[in-house]
Ligand binder design. Structure first.
Ligand code: PEP
Ligand code: MG
Length: 689
């Protein structure tokens, strides 16, 4: 037997990501591998068990390996833990006790959501006594009875047949659950929401957890039926995890409950289709919150839309709602759960409102607006290849945010006039080594070709801090969002940037590629990055290529006049610009309701950027999610933004919205917004414009 003790240096301890790395490596060996922390020892091949150890940063673990490949396993595990379990560490041998502990980001940074705008909201603005305001999360209208969603309690009886029979029933339910999860996974991938699909990979992993299954089989051997055996094993694990009093592990406990409930439904014969039980007529769903799996499981024929007490527009469930086409309002407050089932309501996803028991006149107006919206959606789809030109002849370029070659093809087909943001980090994540220059070249070349000569803005690697990759060793950071992110990271590791730039320059002759640097805060960063491109361009005899920067740090917006003299273009990343202007973590669940890109402070920075760019004859795009927010589109155009880079499904409706505007009207709305003191004030004005 091989035994060793080691310190877990990761700044968040053995949380989901590093624990998964450890478990995945352990699984590749035949030996028995146990990991102990304090008095507790568990199977290192079980993710749930490893998580329940609750190993904090600087915590010591003891690993015991026994079996035919024990030596190799012990060496490999030691090396992986020393290397930071996929997250990198400060320096070999450094103890985590000296490393600052920072909270792991609770919500994965989401790609810009796919908001498709609605017609300007008309139905719900004037009924204060029955009006609930939340945050717009997905556009569209839902008109119908309210249904408060509470998970059905499943009755588990004690009937036991035989161990063999119960094992077979369990196997069948597990297979059924896996099939459902694979379908949900594929459905979300098909809607280009890969980041959200990942949640179902975690659920699938839970269904294969060896310790969990062993516990269930042990319960069956004690003459418990499959449902009972499963429920007990799930609850024990979820409780242990929740008891660790750690918000991140509590989220994992919710995943265990979620997937446990899915299997239990199959075991008690409560249907194979819906994870949530709905009446058999169409309803507007109200819930405290919806898990991604609940949202993805909602039956589009029976759900007219949903409104949640909590949540935010960038939460997983909102992104899924937009991809699946549900109108949705979030962060509406817990009082919505007092609304009686069956009450007639109007949900306006673009305005972020819910009107209960509307009077006949409001109802008639809402129905009219709904019909108009649907007709516009169809017309917008039909005209998606046409340019977006306002009624008074001002053209706005509508381009797409993409993550890879498949997206590039979809974007072109959906009417995108190019790509305003290629998030190249997708090429770098979820792998054990950086993509080679040739691999990158092939991807950039294929994207350039897919866009058939339309411009493609390739954003250089935007990782670091909150998005660690295993093969880039980084010092632990107390505030990853304020640390070595984006261009800062690339300049600190120039070979990474040089390799990427070489790949882009080699692909440049295949289309119209442009390069953009993320997270630029200071002129020196831009100049250093430009110097690298120029040096490599000369070396490769590559064609001249336009270079720009993202404006997502307030300092860059405020000094835009200096940058404008040197860059070819700006693209404003409103997701980060909002985060850094308001000092609110973009993924913080409790701040989601306040972190609004329509905040007048953010709008002033956009105005400052556009004025500086235009004075120097340069153009400005928006590539944050604000660019597809129906209330923001007129304001942004009125501020003078030249290009909107948005998610693919939003393209037809944003184009249609532009065609409905005049530049003059947009300018008036921008001035109105700039005169406001708060984001809700801006939104109220926009809703009533
Ligand atoms: C942004 O910050 O607005 C942006 C588009 O970049 P990302 O969301 O990838 O950080
Ligand atoms: Mg950003």
């Amino acid at each position: 037997m091989q035994t060793f003790e080691i310190i877990v240096q990761n700044r968040t301890g053995l949380h989901a990501r590093p624990a998964k790395e450890l478990v995945n490596l352990a699984k590749t060996f035949k030996s028995n591998i146990r990991i102990a922390h304090g008095a507790k020892q568990v199977n290192a091949k079980s993710l749930i068990s490893v998580l329940t150890l609750g190993v904090e940063s600087g915590g010591q673990v003891r690993i015991e390996v026994e079996g035919e490949d024990e030596e190799a396993a012990a060496l490999a595990l030691q090396a992986l833990i020393n290397a930071g379990l996929g997250e990198g560490v400060a320096e070999e041998g450094a103890t985590a006790a000296s490393a600052p502990a920072a909270p792991e980001k609770p919500v994965e940074k989401a790609p810009a959501p796919v908001v498709a705008p609605a017609t300007p909201p008309v139905a719900t603005g004037e009924l204060p006594q029955r009006l609930t305001r939340g945050i717009p999360a997905a556009p569209g209208f839902g008109i119908g009875p309210i249904f408060r969603l509470e998970r059905a309690k499943l009755t588990v009886d004690e009937t036991f047949t035989s161990a063999n029979q119960e094992r077979a029933l369990l196997q069948q339910a597990l297979e059924g659950a896996k099939a459902q999860l694979r379908q949900l996974h594929a459905q979300l991938l098909g809607q280009a929401v890969a980041s959200e699909a990942a949640i179902f990979e975690v659920h699938l992993e839970i269904l294969e957890d060896p310790d969990l299954l062993e516990a269930v089989y042990a319960n069956i051997d004690k003459q418990k039926n499959a449902a009972h055996a499963w429920q007990t094993a799930i609850e024990t694990r979820a409780k242990t995890m929740a008891a660790l009093n750690d918000p991140l592990l509590a989220a994992r406990a919710a995943d265990i409950h979620d997937v446990g409930y899915r299997v239990l439904r199959l075991l008690v014969g409560a249907g194979t289709q819906d994870a949530v039980q709905l009446p058999d007529h169409p309803v507007i769903v109200l819930a405290f919150d919806l898990s991604p799996s609940d949202t993805a499981s909602l039956d589009t024929k029976r759900v007219l839309g949903f409104c949640t007490a909590g949540g935010g527009p960038t939460a997983h469930s909102s992104i899924i709602a937009r991809a699946l086409g549900f109108p949705a309002v979030v962060s509406a407050g817990e009082s919505i759960m007092q609304i009686e089932n069956g009450m007639l309501a109007i949900l306006d996803g673009a305005a972020g409102t819910l009107v209960i028991d509307p009077d006949p006149e409001t109802l008639a107006r809402a129905r009219e607006a709904q019909q108009l919206y649907q007709a516009r959606r169809i017309a917008a789809q039909a005209a998606s290849a046409e340019p977006a030109i306002t009624r008074d002849g001002h053209r706005v370029e509508i381009v797409a945010n993409i993550g890879g070659v498949a997206d590039a093809r979809k974007a072109h087909a959906a009417g995108a006039e190019g790509v305003g943001l290629l998030r190249t980090e997708f090429l770098f994540l979820e792998r054990t080594s950086a993509p080679t220059e040739t691999e990158q070249f092939e991807v950039y070349r294929d994207i350039a070709v897919a866009l058939a000569g339309n411009p493609v803005i390739v954003r250089t690697l935007d990782i670091g801090g909150d998005k660690p990759v295993p093969y880039i060793t980084m010092l632990p950071e107390e505030n990853p969002f304020l640390g070595e992110r984006g261009i800062r990271l690339c300049l600190a590791r120039p070979e990474l940037l040089r390799q990427q730039v070489r790949a882009i320059l080699r692909a440049a002759p295949y289309g119209k590629l442009r390069i953009m640097f993320p997270m630029v805060a200071d002129l020196s960063e831009w100049r250093a990055a430009r110097a690298i491109v120029e040096e490599l361009r000369a070396e490769l005899y590559a064609p001249q290529i336009e270079l720009g920067i993202m404006i997502e740090v307030p300092s860059a917006a405020l000094l835009a006049n200096f940058f404008a003299a040197e860059v070819d273009f700006f693209s404003i990343g409103t997701n980060d610009l909002t985060q850094y202007t308001l000092a609110m973590d973009r993924g913080h669940p409790n701040l989601a309701g306040k972190s609004d890109g329509l905040h007048p402070a953010v709008l002033k920075l956009i105005q400052c950027t556009v004025e500086a760019a235009h004075a120097a004859g340069k153009w400005v795009g928006i590539c944050g999610e604000l660019g597809a927010d129906p209330q923001a589109v007129p304001i942004l155009i009125g501020l003078g933004v030249d290009e909107l880079s948005i998610s693919i499904p939003a393209i037809p409706m944003v184009k249609a919205q532009v065609r409905d505007l005049t530049l003059e009207e947009a300018r008036r709305r921008a001035q109105d917004a700039l005169a406001c003191a708060t984001a809700p004030e801006v939104r109220r004005k926009a809703a009533n414009a």
